[in-house]
Design a protein around this ligand. Sequence first.
Ligand code: FEO
Length: 399
Amino acid sequence: MKKHIKNNVYWVGKNDWELRQFHGYEYSTNRGSTYNSYLIKEEKTVLIDTVFHPFSKEFIDNLASEIDLKSIDYIVANHAEIDHSGALVDLMKLIPDTPIYCTANAVKSLKGHFHQDWNFKTVKTGEKLPLGNGKELIFIEAPMLHWPDSMFCYLTGDNILFSNDAFGQHFCSEQIFNDLVNQEELYAEAIKYYANILTPFSPLVINKINEFVGLNLPLDIICTSHGVIWRDNPLQIVNKYVEWASNYQENQITLIYDTMYNGTRSIAEHIAKGINLIDSNITIKVFNAAINDKNDIVTEIFKSKAVLVGSPTVNKGIMSPLGGLLELIKGLGFKKKKAATFGCYGWHCTSTKIIEDKLKDAGFEIIMEPITSNWIPTNEVLEKSVEYGKQFINKLNNK
Ligand code: FEO
């Protein structure tokens, strides 16, 4: 079923309430997601993006119940990733000559995915596509937001920016507008999406926002490719992106550990106590990496000014759930965050050095030597852990 957005613009996407994992198993989607596709029916009819390939038939059947598919004059592929281009293969079998407007990089990606030589029309920033009735689409390349091929397009007259992945959220709702959904849930998903997907591209986010502002185009609505459409004060999410892209930090410290017999866990809890004794205003969050959602932990790291990470030594290494999390963090390129490490060991201590090296690789600054415990921590070690927490927060606050 299509949903009306403004004048002759409609949502024709797919709500995926069931989705719980995305990018394979790299990203948890606990509130599902949506694949937003848009139909513009001016003198020319334009389809912007499609849906994830498992929903290809449903999408095309729905679209065909709304319009004669042969009346689609243009397809715009803002992004080649298959959650947006997945229905193209089946759709192009029905309308094989329809031109697909996309970036040169999208041609490479689409050919790489589908091995088809469709009627591609490559576009660059500033190029325009007249739609009749005095309206046109203006294309704006947006490389790495989220892939090299990504682009935005802007509909004049209606003042709508189709931003694809940017400003999106993996958040499923029948109510497609930002003002109609629970704001806490919306922003929880928006910041998780930014932290886990867009953090590595923060400098590009700032540049792209500045470039768009420089175009002096009025902005009434942002139509993203996932989650809700920003029609109520769309600049609110743009301003949030500027904040998030600028080495975002809240007054928060996050402790992350893995543990075998609760020794490393005890150290974490006592460090947390020490931090709280010195600074009762700072938010402290503590996570066992093995039992918490890794993407939620990443979101908490994104919000933090410092992290403390611990693992017992296992086979000269660290516990594998924590290892996976550190690998995930490495790719995100966090900046200006401080760190320290801790852990238990039996006959050989290597875990803290391994974690330190991984945190340094991920861009964290190590500000203290590790605290360790030979076997299960004694009361003396736990008291030292409290002191360690005090010293850590003092060092962080330069006291
Ligand atoms: Fe929603 Fe980069 O795809």
